[in-house]
Design a protein around this ligand. Structure first.
Ligand code: ADP
Length: 167
């Protein structure tokens, strides 16, 4: 079988252990994995596009299990990026039923835009199924400990970005 490239897209604002779980699963399945950090016009991210790309890169480069995984910032349509990279697969994580409707909508739209890319959904370990970037930001802003849920580089970046004393 030919080499299959998979893209794991997201806003990664910031990257969490739940995202890493999905990226690791994708790495086991596909020959080449590209993590695509999206601009995401629909959300107002805490970290800028460049910060998210840089932080995601740093986290992935420091993780032994993720050797070979590439991180790219993507502006524009994901399906166009997939075409450019000759990627056949887009991998998304499904945590709960609440993710499903949005994912279904996106899958149908992506299919209309590019028939040659398949969306594939992976479930994380149940311990990560409650984790989201927004809950991490909420917990951090309210003084909670996020170190069990995100890589250490993210704790450092959050401290730098928000700083405990400022909120
Ligand atoms: P987006 O704005 O594209 O949804 P996110 O960074 O919020 O970007 O999520 C990117 C992908 O990672 C999505 O498919 C999302 O469902 C998945 N994901 C996020 N958190 C988790 C988690 N804790 N477990 C599994 N998948 C997750």
């Amino acid at each position: 079988m030919s080499d299959i490239t998979a893209i794991v897209p997201g806003t990664f604002d910031p990257i969490t252990n739940g995202h890493l779980d999905i990226i690791k699963r994708a790495k086991k399945l596909f020959d080449r994995v590209i993590v695509a950090v999206a601009v995401n016009a629909g959300k107002t991210p805490l970290f800028t596009f460049d910060e998210r790309v840089e932080l995601t890169k740093r986290v992935i480069e420091d993780d032994e299990e993720l050797r070979g995984v590439v991180v790219e910032g993507v502006k524009g349509l994901l399906v166009d990026f997939a075409k450019k990279e000759n990627a056949k697969v887009i991998v998304r994580g499904l945590r709960a039923v609440s993710d499903f409707e949005y994912e279904l909508q996106m899958a149908f739209m992506n299919r209309r835009l590019n028939e040659n890319v398949e969306m594939i959904y992976l479930m994380p370990y149940i311990k990560y199924s409650f984790l989201s970037s927004s809950i991490i930001k909420d917990v951090f802003i309210n003084g909670g400990d996020i170190s069990k849920f995100v890589p250490r580089q993210v704790v450092e970046a959050m401290n730098k970005k928000i700083g405990r004393g400022e909120v």
